[in-house]
Design a protein around this ligand. Structure first.
Ligand SMILES: Nc1ncnc2c1ncn2[C@@H]1O[C@H](COP(=O)(O)OP(=O)(O)OP(=O)(O)O)[C@@H](O)[C@H]1O
Ligand SMILES: [Mg+2]
Length: 426
């Protein structure tokens, strides 16, 4: 086996497409060796609506990353989001087979399969089946039941589905760019992001991950170490830009610039006397407004986004059960005042989620950072949480510890390898 493996991630977002390439060493260390971004043109609200445009921008991002890394992307882990994503929790139950009543790999496969015997509409594709906990003879909270004794095995799973057509259009766009993938390489974006930014303690205690992108806001709730609820809201940072363009009657590009340079999600935080320059719709003349006025346009939209998240948390049934609070990622999370506003609306501590444990991420950002300049480049990496998370997710799914050569050992990495393992097993 080679000393290092190449892993690639492709975050196909509404505003940017980001390709990342990393080397994974045998001891599990991920080292980024190339990043390429390009402005996304073929997506609306997280969904591919123009395959040719999407292919062009994937090619641009991928070839930038490839040039930087000096390697070709053969296959990649690809993020998916969009309001077509649905998720349900489902339980599976089986009797443990074998005379010794010891739980084997085949029992685990059967019980996870049993959890999938629910009514999934024909136009939907199952993206993930994520075990949340196993229950052996009524004893709950078991993470890995392999080798335990018992007669009745149950599993609680979180099943994520997407519209077949949306999944296929994404897969098709990537394939047409010369990157070999199947539906199995598609990863729910907040699940990927969570792998890069959440600590084990946060996942265990209960935490909400909110990724505010350009066209969508992804919400994922984690508890007892596993994902328990997901939702994708069709609103993001681009709506803020639009509000500014309409409110100040200025070109969208200027509104975007104004938002990034001078925006604040909580108007009361800005100095009333500070003035900012606005270019009018013709793009020729300019005039001055108070920064406070600009922020009064931004605040209601950001407030709306966090209120919608609050509704999702109530809907999930986890209200009051998330002591680790909120972690924000995505480009639109970088705006000043967001942490305060989120804490206020959601009534819980909030922090920015910057990718951890991935070496060299900052070294390769370079020109890719241009749109996300913040006080600290390090914080700006929150905009790349999904891209970085896809690498971590890929590593967890590809990397097998030494000596893994049989079915029982494969269970070692059961949670990560679930889908791939099914394929190998049957
Ligand atoms: N410093 C900043 N302050 C405020 N907003 C910012 C900043 N930098 C980027 N944004 C906004 O972030 C959004 C893009 O975020 P991101 O790159 O995470 O989106 P995406 O992944 O392409 O989209 P999606 O996840 O919705 O498909 C844009 O609306 C952009 O204006
Ligand atoms: Mg995104």
């Amino acid at each position: 086996m080679a000393q290092k493996r190449i892993i690639a991630g492709l975050d196909v977002g509404t505003t940017k497409i980001c390709a990342t390439i990393a080397e994974l060493s045998r001891d599990g260390i991920l080292e980024v060796i190339g990043i390429g971004t390009s402005p996304s043109l073929g997506l609306r609200k997280g969904v591919v609506v123009d395959i040719d445009q999407t292919v062009r921008t994937i090619l641009e991002a991928a070839s930038k990353a490839e040039r930087m890394a000096g390697v070709q992307i053969d296959t990649a882990f690809v993020g998916i989001a969009g309001s077509h994503i649905n998720s349900v929790n489902s339980r599976g139950v089986v009797a443990v087979t074998g005379s010794e009543k010891e739980i084997k790999g085949s029992d685990i496969i059967r019980v996870v399969e049993a959890a999938q015997f629910i009514n999934i509409p024909q136009d939907r594709h199952v993206i993930h089946v994520l075990p949340r906990e196993f229950i052996v003879d009524g004893c709950r909270g078991i993470k890995d039941p392999l080798g335990m004794s018992g007669t009745r095995l149950e599993v609680e799973t979180h099943i994520v589905t997407g519209l077949i057509t949306s999944v296929q259009n994404l897969v098709k766009s990537v394939q047409k760019s010369g990157i070999h993938i199947t539906e199995d390489n598609v990863v729910l974006e907040p699940l990927a992001a969570s792998e890069a930014v959440l600590s084990d303690d946060e996942r265990e205690l209960g935490v909400v991950l909110i990724d505010i992108g350009g066209g969508t806001t992804d919400v994922a709730i984690f508890q007892n170490g596993n994902i328990a609820y997901t939702a994708v809201l069709p609103v993001g940072g681009d709506h803020v830009t639009n509000d500014i363009a309409v409110g100040l009657r200025c070109p969208v590009l200027k509104a975007e610039e104004l938002k990034i340079k001078k925006g604040c999600a909580l108007a009361e935080l800005v100095d009333e006397s500070e003035m900012v320059e606005v270019v009018n719709a013709s793009g020729k003349n300019s005039y001055e407004i108070s920064r406070n006025y600009l922020c009064e346009i931004i605040e209601p939209r950001m407030h709306e986004i966090f209120s919608l998240v609050k509704k999702e948390i109530s809907k999930s049934g986890f209200d009051g059960l998330l002591p680790a609070g909120v972690v924000l990622t995505g480009g639109a999370s970088l705006m000043e005042g967001n942490l305060d506003l989120a804490s206020e609306v959601l009534n819980t501590p909030t922090r920015l989620g910057t990718p951890e444990g991935i070496h060299g991420l900052m070294d390769f950002m370079g020109e890719n950072m241009y749109r996300f300049q913040n006080d600290s480049n390090n914080l700006s990496t929150a905009a790349f949480a999904t891209a970085a998370g896809l690498l971590r997710y890929g590593a967890n799914h590809l990397y097998l510890p030494e000596g893994v050569d049989n079915e029982e050992n494969l269970i070692y990495n059961f949670f990560g390898r679930l889908r791939g393992w099914f394929k190998e097993f049957f």
